[in-house]
Design a protein. Structure first.
Lengths: 127, 346
């Protein structure tokens, strides 16, 4: 079963679902089919049932799942066979227009962790 | 009962404060966001700077609001250089810090600990005892963001236990109704809030951070008496005076007086400012998801706390309050009229 890791937070609203990857600093807006798929994943539904319910074919679902895995939004048991760029994901014909990816917070995570320590062993934030 | 690793560290840091306090201390009993706050500051040669730092809290003397002031949270403060008493030597690596400055190894259900490497400030709280510790290297060389939001981590931890969420947003009010201004840096939320200072109908509540209580009707609470503005933006705000603490990014921190800050009010609208190439401002309906994207990530990544609980609280807030796009035109008078009319109509 596909699991959502603890560092991924999500809230569903009427118009879209907001999904935040706290480790990478990326966040996503899922609407339409991608929001429905995400909802199925969160409730632990069988992906076979989901494809039938949401009228999405298996290759498209498989692609979506591997992309979620690549973005660190799910813990998947599948082994990645190919990598997609975020642009490819956003342009996916099945999900086109239903996924937005935001990286404007990422900068907060890129603060250089290398720093000096003072005489008592406290990190100073100075490189 | 044996203390957890987090508890043992808290106890060691508490003992450091006890040593720092041997030369004396001063106390302030305040109320902030409806909760009592008892500040105990160890005497040190930088005590004047410390009091100046604490004066940025948008707090009232205990008793003015008739609450349980001074009984809810006690914060023990000292500076290592001012008192000559340092914290216990840390037992962690740089990789133990989260991006939000938290130290998960020293945090559990009862204790929370954060350390800011840039400001060299340690914050810790024992939620069970209602006791917090705040130790800085020196109160005289804190960075601008510390002066703008003193005790931010501690206040956030404490309030969240009472269904009050600290959020990254500015806030204004009119006719007893409050508006949150949410968005990334540069979207115009600080400048919009500052334009409401000393206006006939509109009032300033907060810049950058405020608290929203969700126990009953959502209410906005001011936390800090500061405003951080671009120098250019300040020219259109009458009587703002000189700012202080330029951070090298063109932004200047302004200290406000208590008369500048409105009281807490019911939250009636979430506004998402965006600067547009137009004379006139306008307010248009927006989706909940868009409001969530403007509010949630920047709050989650900037403020320590239980991210999962914060996300749920902010989700609740967004579902309960209508959201709008605020398209900011160049005409300041028109912006203020647009805001006033929007709040009046709610």
């Amino acid at each position: 079963m596909t699991k959502v890791p603890s560092h991924v937070l999500h809230e569903a609203f009427d118009d879209e679902t907001v999904v935040v990857n706290m480790k990478r600093g990326h966040y996503f807006a899922f609407s339409g089919k991608s929001a429905n798929l995400w909802s199925e994943i969160v409730r632990g539904a069988s992906m076979g049932d989901a494809t039938a319910r949401l009228d999405i074919d298996s290759p498209a679902l498989d692609r979506f799942m591997r992309l979620l895995d690549q973005e660190g939004l799910v813990e998947s048991s599948q082994e990645a066979t190919e990598e997609f760029s975020p642009e490819e994901w956003l342009a996916d014909t099945v999900l086109a227009g239903s996924v937005e990816r935001f990286t404007d917070i990422e900068g907060l995570l890129l603060i250089d962790p290398i720093h000096e320590f003072d005489q008592n062993g406290w990190p100073t934030g100075q490189i | 009962m044996e203390l957890s690793e987090a508890g043992a560290f808290f106890q060691a840091a508490r003992q450091a404060f006890d040593h720092a306090e041997l030369l004396g201390s001063s106390q302030q009993r305040l109320t902030i966001a409806g909760e009592g706050l008892n500040l105990v500051l160890a005497a040190g040669h930088d005590v004047e700077a410390a009091n100046r730092y604490l004066s940025a809290l948008a707090a009232r003397p205990a008793g003015e609001e008739g609450g349980q002031a001074g009984q809810n949270l006690t914060v023990l403060l000292w500076s290592a250089e001012g008192t000559g008493i340092d914290l216990p030597a840390p037992d962690w690596r740089s990789s133990d810090h989260t991006i939000r400055g938290e130290l998960p190894r020293f945090s559990d259900g009862r204790f929370k600990t954060s350390y800011n490497m840039q400001s060299r400030a340690l914050s810790a709280i024992d939620l069970q005892q209602g006791l917090a510790l705040h130790c800085v290297r020196s109160f005289t060389d804190l960075p601008q963001y510390e002066w703008g939001a003193p005790l931010r981590d501690i206040i956030g931890w404490w309030l969240s236990g009472n269904s009050v969420q600290l959020i990254h947003a500015s806030a204004v009010s009119a006719f007893g109704k409050g508006a949150l201004l949410v968005g990334p840096g540069g979207s115009g939320k600080s400048t919009t809030a500052a334009q409401c200072l000393r206006h006939d109908a509109l009032s300033f509540i907060a810049d950058d951070y405020c608290a929203v209580s969700l126990r009953n009707e959502p209410r906005i609470h001011p936390l800090f008496r500061t405003s951080k503005l671009c120098v250019v933006a300040t020219q259109s705000i009458p009587g703002l005076g000189a700012g202080e603490f330029s951070d090298g990014t063109g932004k200047v921190l302004f200290r406000l007086v208590s008369a500048d800050i409105a009281d807490d009010v019911p939250l009636r609208t979430i506004l998402m400012p965006e600067i547009v190439d137009a004379e006139r401002s306008e307010i248009l309906p927006a989706g909940k998801g868009q409001a969530a994207r403007r509010l949630m990530p920047s709050t989650l990544f900037q403020l320590p706390g239980s991210a999962r609980m914060e996300m749920a609280l902010m989700g609740d807030l967004i579902r309960r309050v209508p959201a709008f796009r605020l398209r900011l035109g160049r005409d300041r008078g028109n912006l203020l009229t647009t805001l006033t009319e929007h709040l009046k109509a709610l």
